[in-house]
Design a protein around this ligand. Structure first.
Ligand code: CAA
Length: 389
């Protein structure tokens, strides 16, 4: 990676970036294609990522994490995703969608019980917002949580849950007061061993196939009232605040995919010959290389900038919604652009499973969809700029 001079990398940043790069090369690169093909969940490497501190990068050491900053987190995800975006999304969801919510909104008891095992990588966390009839319009969910003494009784069906088939703990959002719409949503921490909690079938997917995605089903699932995260009715705000963090992770994931596609394309352009010259010498290829490189640099600046904005918010409390949405939007479209160009530059070899380029192409697509589609990011950015919200 070329250094981006305006970002203040410390020795610690360089250390975690190098550690993630070495780990990805040694542990993930040899198995990535095999797990992509089989769609099996890579328990062993995910466990090792936990031991490296990658599953709770920003969580204080007192709660089982590595106690590092947001830039460290982003650098680590980027390096993992240069090798395999499926490992990267498990890491991103665990760190941001699960751990961050508890860190920001949880009680001391919740942090001890629900944060520490997941941040240390002993257990896996998931985040469950989407429903079959409620996707981008997240505030329209139908799942219900009804208070019954010291418990809430959870009923409903959630879909597209990353790590759903393997999660030990889930933060789930349900309606406690449907009449209040978004303000009637609450968040709950659910242990997957709770009776009434089951998992639906694992989704067959185009990309990030080694990560596991499924529905989650709640049937009279009784959860202690002390497992409610935040106040009753505060769930939608928690979901959105957490997604602001998650989108930085997905931006970093997309950046990693884009860089991997670019490096493969650049190498191929300097080796492969056609019509008696290197294909990179044709302007059609050279200009693609120029556009990939430029977009990656811009995406990197946006993603690192969003990471710094989040870091600042730890002291100022300011929201970083805009920086996070812009980073996710631009980096995911850059990943798709670069993966598409890399396949084209490779020609038939780009279509072959013998090289990882076709995997980058399949993996890139989801970054424009999950944790808020590109259309939702444009909505968030334009509403903010036009003062509509
Ligand atoms: N931070 C804090 N609060 C926020 C917020 C944010 N980023 N965004 C909105 N809010 C607050 C608003 O201030 C408002 O509160 P007040 O009424 O008190 O002012 C409240 O939430 C409602 O906000 P909106 O009126 O803007 O809500 P909306 O219904 O118009 O929805 C939306 C806004 C941006 C479209 C939102 O619904 C959204 O982001 N949708 C996409 C959902 C999404 O990303 N889903 C992916 C799920 S996770 C996943 O992909 C699976 C996985 O496992 C990886």
């Amino acid at each position: 990676m070329s250094e981006t001079a305006i970002f203040p990398f410390t020795d610690e940043h360089k250390m975690i970036r190098n550690a993630a790069r070495d780990f990805a090369q040694k542990e993930i690169a040899p198995i990535a294609a095999q797990f992509d093909e089989s769609g099996e969940f890579p328990y062993e490497t995910i466990k090792k990522m936990g031991a490296m501190g990658f599953m709770g990068v920003e969580v204080p050491e007192a709660y089982g994490g590595a106690g590092l900053d947001t830039l460290s987190y982003v650098l680590a995800i980027e390096e993992i995703c240069k090798v395999d975006a499926a490992h990267g999304v498990v890491m991103s969801v665990n760190n941001s969608l699960y751990c961050h919510g508890i860190l920001q909104f949880g009680t001391e008891e919740q942090k001890k019980k629900f944060l520490a095992p997941v941040a240390s990588g002993e257990a896996i966390g998931a985040y469950s917002l989407t429903e079959p009839q409620s996707g981008s319009d997240a505030g329209t969910m139908r799942s219900r949580a009804v208070r019954d003494g010291d418990f809430y009784v959870l009923n409903g069906r959630k879909s597209w849950v990353t790590s759903g088939p393997v999660a030990d703990y889930v933060v789930v959002f349900m309606m406690t007061d449907p009449g209040k719409k978004q303000k009637g949503i609450s968040a709950f921490l659910v242990d997957a061993k709770t009776p009434g909690f089951t998992r639906g079938k694992k989704e067959p997917k185009l990309g990030i196939r080694a990560s596991a995605t499924s529905e989650l089903i709640f049937e009279d699932c009784r959860v202690p009232a002390e497992n409610r995260l935040g106040a009753e009715g505060e769930g939608f705000k928690i979901a959105m605040t957490v997604l602001d963090v998650g989108r930085i992770g997905i931006g970093a994931q997309a950046l990693g995919i884009a860089e991997a596609a670019y490096e493969a394309a650049r190498a191929y352009a300097t080796e492969r010959e056609a019509f008696g010259q290197k294909i990179g010498e044709f302007q059609g290829t050279g200009f693609k290389i120029a556009d990939m490189k430029t977009r990656i640099e811009a995406a990197r600046l946006l993603v690192y900038n969003a990471a710094l904005a989040k870091e600042r918010s730890k002291t100022t409390g300011e929201r970083f919604t805009l920086q996070s949405s812009m980073a996710k939007l631009f980096a995911s479209e850059t990943a798709m652009y670069c993966a598409h160009a890399a396949v084209q530059i490779h020609g038939g070899m780009g279509f072959s499973k013998e090289l990882p380029v076709e995997r980058y192409f399949r993996d890139a697509k989801i970054t424009e969809i999950y944790e808020g589609t590109s259309e939702i990011q444009r909505l968030v950015i334009s509403r903010s700029e036009l003062g509509l919200k």
